[in-house]
Design a protein around this ligand. Structure first.
Ligand SMILES: Nc1ncnc2c1ncn2[C@@H]1O[C@H](COP(=O)(O)OP(=O)(O)OP(=O)(O)O)[C@@H](O)[C@H]1O
Ligand SMILES: [Mg+2]
Length: 354
């Protein structure tokens, strides 16, 4: 942060004004600086909280209002807030690569596809999320098109064969678009097409998708092989789905151990999700945490009737059962991946409460 002279104004400047006695004149001057965009934000300092001054401060859109004597911590926090906001704006100016979230089952049938599909469509419903892609990596047995009642024309087997010619228009044209807004890339239905997948090509493809989408959700399946390890390596977050059953917990443990031995990416990226959770389970959550030496990140309630009916109708849960507890849980899970606006409370709301 640098202090500027009155002649050295700039569009991004923050103006800090200690209000004197000629309040009307001072507000007029501040307003004209804001209107001409010579300054971007204003902090006001005043010796009292005169309601007339407060009203004017609200009207001009002052970001903070400090009472004298100044409290150092309050000022520091306000400046931090501005700094964060600037960073966010700058990030928007130069688009960041999309976030990759891969879903990995600790065993077959634990709900990896249910989670991947519903996480993707829930993210696509968030106001702040612009684009979501969903990739099915289950060779031959990919089920995402069934879960979303899609009839895709292409799968990634065809894309990786033509990887050298891959361009964004081509890719956008061949992805299947679901009504939720999610773009789906299914897996090949035959073994010969699946063979074309090699880790380098898959990372090229995923890197490409990352440039086009804010979120890339990958249903990785349940096998640890060089492709799934590559995907995990590229992922920002890996959701390891497990049930509270002995075989699942034991598998989760083996997967975590393997990953920590391989040391190709930090183990903290892995988040444990317990699916089909029942509070009266034989294995309590803290016992499971003890045996896998890791905190459980999320639990999704057990609701077979709702999930199976949604799957059979090819409908995501937010449409099939918007009020169900499982739908709410999956929606809240999606929220954990969306950045929150840190401007929760305005300064004048805080001041009024004093
Ligand atoms: N929270 C839940 N409560 C009850 N049943 C669930 C839940 N989540 C998923 N299921 C059921 O579990 C079954 C398997 O789900 P899903 O196909 O998503 O698992 P998967 O791990 O992808 O399986 P696969 O190994 O075959 O790919 C489905 O019948 C689904 O209805
Ligand atoms: Mg599956």
């Amino acid at each position: 942060m640098k202090v500027q002279s009155p002649n050295d104004t700039h569009q991004d400047s923050l103006l800090i004004v200690e209000m004197g006695d000629d309040v009307d004149n001072e507000f007029q001057h501040i307003r004209s600086l804001l209107n001409s965009k010579e300054i971007a934000e204003v902090f006001l300092i005043s010796k009292d909280s005169d309601p007339a001054v407060l009203m004017q401060a609200i009207k001009i859109g002052a970001k903070e209002f400090f009472l004298l004597p100044l409290k150092e911590e309050e000022v520091r926090q306000a400046l931090e807030k501005i700094k964060k906001k600037r960073k966010k704006i700058n990030r928007k100016k130069s688009p960041q690569p999309g976030k990759i979230i891969s879903i990995f089952g600790s065993k077959g049938g634990v709900g990896a596809t249910t989670l991947a599909v519903n996480l993707a469509v829930n993210l696509a419903q968030k106001k702040s999320v612009k684009s979501v892609a969903l990739i099915d990596m289950n060779m031959m047995f990919g089920e995402i098109p069934l879960f979303l009642e899609l009839e895709p024309g292409y799968h990634w087997g065809e894309i990786v064969k033509n990887i050298a010619r891959l361009d964004s228009t081509f890719l956008m044209n061949i992805l299947a678009k679901h009504s939720s807004g999610v773009h789906v890339l299914p897996s090949p239905a035959t073994l010969s097409d699946s063979r074309s997948a090699i880790p380098d090509m898959m990372s090229h493809l995923i890197g490409f998708m990352q440039k086009l989408f804010e979120f890339v959700i990958i249903d990785t399946g349940q096998f640890i092989d060089e492709i799934s390890l590559k995907i995990m390596e590229l992922s920002d977050n890996i959701l390891l789905v497990s049930l509270l059953s002995l075989p699942c917990i034991s598998n989760a443990n083996k997967i975590l151990q393997t990953i920590s031995e391989l040391r190709t990416f930090p183990e903290e990226r892995i988040k444990i999700v317990i699916n089909r959770y029942l509070s009266k389970s034989d294995i309590p959550l803290n016992d499971a945490e003890e045996s896998i030496h890791k905190k459980i990140f999320w639990t999704i309630p057990n609701d077979y009737a709702t999930t199976v009916s949604a799957i059979n109708n090819g409908t995501p849960l937010y449409i099939a059962a918007p009020k169900a507890q499982i739908t709410r849980s999956l929606n809240d899970l999606a929220d954990t991946f969306v950045e929150k606006d840190d401007h929760q409370k305005k300064w004048w709301q805080i001041l009024i409460k004093r």
